[in-house]
Write a new protein. Structure first.
Length: 204
């Protein structure tokens, strides 16, 4: 006699993904991957733009520091000659704070604006003539019509130096770089004695 017990439950057959479900999964994965790649590309572009902006700002600040340093060390040289000569396109003088030569040694230094597109600033120092001087070409800090201006002891700005009626003023009190005759980009104070150094006069 056979006993009839409960029959074991039938094992469920494993069910795989249908073709439609597989297509949906692949589409979602593709969209997610595309979004991720686009986000990474956007982040990389923004990061590069910010980094480039910081580098440009740092270099502009360094250029301004060079200008302030070299101008701040300008001194009159020679007992009778005015060694400083400036105009809208540039100026030349003798500085005790050159950028490349030995600090403290009187060195002929020149800043000039080169009319190119984009404009370029030229700094040169040393040498009795332009041909044997050391020259650096620097990108201008702004676009537009650049020019140099010079302030006397009373604070009045002039486009040329020396100027009429500046008896005893061997060097300007301030030198600045402006764009379109109105916006000041750089300004430097000439920290110097009102009397010329008793050295041999230098001209350039």
């Amino acid at each position: 006699m056979t006993s009839s017990g409960p029959k074991p439950a039938a094992r469920a057959n494993p069910r795989g993904l249908t073709l439609m479900e597989m297509l949906v999964v692949l589409t979602l994965v593709s969209l997610l991957g595309t979004s991720l790649v686009q986000a990474l590309g956007f982040f990389a572009a923004r990061y590069e733009a910010v980094t480039r902006s910081h580098r440009a700002a740092d270099f502009s600040a360094m250029q301004q520091h060079w200008f302030e340093t070299s101008v701040g060390g300008i001194v009159p040289v020679g007992v009778y000659a005015r060694a400083f000569d400036g105009g809208p396109a540039g100026f030349v003088g003798t500085t005790l704070q050159p950028l490349a030569a030995e600090p403290g040694m009187p060195t002929v230094a020149r800043w000039a604006i080169v009319a190119e597109e984009p404009p370029v600033l030229l700094y040169a120092e040393g040498g009795a003539t332009r041909d044997d001087a050391q020259v650096w070409r620097l990108p201008a800090p702004a676009r537009g019509r650049l020019s140099f201006q010079y302030a006397d002891r009373g604070g009045t700005w002039h486009n040329e130096w020396p100027m009429a009626g500046a008896a005893g003023q061997w060097t300007p009190r301030l030198v600045r770089l402006v764009v379109d005759d109105q916006d000041t980009l750089w300004v430097a104070r000439v920290e110097t004695s009102p009397f010329p150094l008793p050295n041999e006069s230098q001209s350039w």
